[in-house]
Design a protein around this ligand. Structure first.
Ligand code: TXA
Ligand code: MG
Length: 317
C-alpha cells in the first residue's frame, strides 16, 4: 500500500491506520467532521473523547492553536516525538469541532516516524488519530494488532513494524496557569521539568499507594480479557507472569520478561505486545511484577493500573 493511495483515501474522508513511534494510530482528515465521526465509530468509543491532531512541526501547529512560549520551548526540545500539547483553539482553526469534542482547546503532536510524517505531508492536512484499537482495549504496537482489533473497520494499514516507544505520548495541558500532566507517556515528567520547570499532575493520574488502595476509581482501559494482578512477588500456577528485571519468581504457566536488565525504555516498548501475548485461554490471570515509579515507569504503571482496573462488566470484552 503506498503513501499516495493512503493520502487519497484520507482526502476522500476514509481512515488509514499508520505507525507512529508510540503506537499505531487510526488516522483521518482532522478538518473533516465526517471523517472524524467515522474514527469514533470504528473505535466504538462510548463518548466523544477528544482526538490528537498530528502535524509535521511547530509551524503547522501554530495554524491550529494559540501557540505560546512554553510550547515553543517544549517543541524545540521534544518534537518530533511523543509529547502532545493541549493549547487554546486558534480563532480560525480548521480542526473539526468533533475532533475536540466541543472543547475550546486542541491537542497537537508531531510524531517521530518516517511513515507518519510522509502520510501527513502527502495529505497536506492535520491528521486526527487515536490509538488504532477498539475502545478500552490494549493499544496496538504492531500492524497485526490493528488488524486483530479493528478488522475490516479499517480499509488500509500502513505497516511500519514494531513501535519503538511502545507507549502513547505524554499529554500536557498548557492552558492552565501551571502546565499540567494529563497523561504520562513517552516523554518523562522529569525531562519536561528540566526544560520548563515544575509541572502539575492531573487529579486523574493516581500516584503510588492511593491507586492500589482504590482500584475501583480507575478508568478501565488498556484492558486484556483476563484479569491483571499488579505487584506480584509470588505466583499462582494458573498465572501468566509479566516479569521485570533479573529476580523472577518461578512457578508461572508462562513468563514473559519486559526487560531482564531492568530497563524502563525496553519495558515500555514491550508492554502492550506482551500483555496481548499473555492474554490467552490457558492462563487464568496475568500477574505483573513491581515496576519502579520513576521516569517511564510512571507511564508504564499508569497503563498497568488501568489494565488491572475492574470495569464493572465482569472484565470480558
Ligand atoms: O501516542 C499517542 O498519543 C497516540 C498516537 C497515535 O499519536 N494517540 C493516542 O490517542 O493515544 P488517544 O485518542 O488514544 O489518546 C488521546 C488522549 C486522550 O486521553 C484524550 O482525552 C487526550 O489525549 N486529549 C485529546 N485532546 C484533548 C484536549 N483538547 N484536551 C485534553 N485532552 C485531550
Ligand atoms: Mg487510546
Amino acid at each position: 500500500m503506498s503513501i499516495a493511495q493512503a493520502a487519497r483515501l484520507i482526502l476522500e474522508g476514509g481512515l488509514v491506520a499508520f505507525p507512529t513511534e508510540t503506537v499505531y494510530g487510526l488516522g483521518g482528515d482532522a478538518t473533516n467532521e465526517r471523517a472524524v465521526a467515522a474514527i469514533f465509530e470504528a473505535k466504538g468509543r462510548p463518548q466523544f473523547n477528544p482526538l490528537i491532531s498530528h502535524v509535521l512541526d511547530a509551524g503547522e501547529a501554530r495554524r491550529l492553536v494559540r501557540w505560546n512560549e512554553t510550547a515553543d520551548k517544549l517543541a524545540a526540545q521534544f518534537w518530533p516525538g511523543p509529547l502532545t500539547l493541549v493549547l487554546p483553539r486558534a480563532k480560525d482553526s480548521p480542526i473539526a469541532l468533533l475532533a475536540t469534542a466541543g472543547l475550546d482547546t486542541v491537542a497537537v503532536r508531531a510524531p517521530a516516524h518516517a511513515l507518519a510524517q510522509a502520510l501527513i505531508r502527502a495529505v497536506g492536512r492535520p491528521l486526527a488519530a487515536p490509538s488504532a484499537n477498539r475502545s478500552g482495549a490494549v493499544s496496538p504496537t504492531r500492524a497485526e494488532h490493528v488488524a486483530e482489533s479493528l478488522g475490516d473497520r479499517v480499509k488500509m494499514i500502513l505497516d511500519g513494524g514494531s513501535c519503538a516507544v511502545g507507549l502513547e505520548s505524554t499529554v500536557l495541558d498548557l492552558t492552565a496557569a501551571t502546565p499540567t500532566l494529563l497523561r504520562p507517556g513517552g516523554v518523562t515528567r522529569e525531562a519536561i521539568e528540566a526544560v520548563i520547570g515544575p509541572i502539575a499532575l492531573s487529579d486523574a493520574i493516581p500516584s503510588g499507594n492511593a491507586a492500589r488502595k482504590s482500584p475501583g476509581q480507575l478508568e478501565s482501559h488498556y484492558a486484556p480479557a483476563r484479569p491483571v494482578r499488579l505487584g506480584a512477588i509470588t505466583i499462582a500456577a494458573d498465572e501468566g507472569l509479566l516479569a521485570f528485571g533479573r529476580d523472577v519468581p518461578a512457578g508461572a504457566r508462562v513468563t514473559l520478561n519486559l526487560s531482564p536488565g531492568g530497563e524502563l525504555a525496553e519495558a515500555a516498548a514491550n508492554l502492550f505486545a506482551m500483555l496481548r501475548a499473555l492474554d490467552r485461554p490457558d492462563i487464568g490471570r496475568i500477574a505483573v511484577m513491581p515496576i519502579p515509579e520513576t521516569g517511564l515507569g510512571l507511564a508504564i504503571n499508569d497503563r498497568l493500573r488501568r489494565a488491572a482496573a475492574d470495569d464493572g462488566t465482569g472484565r470480558r470484552r
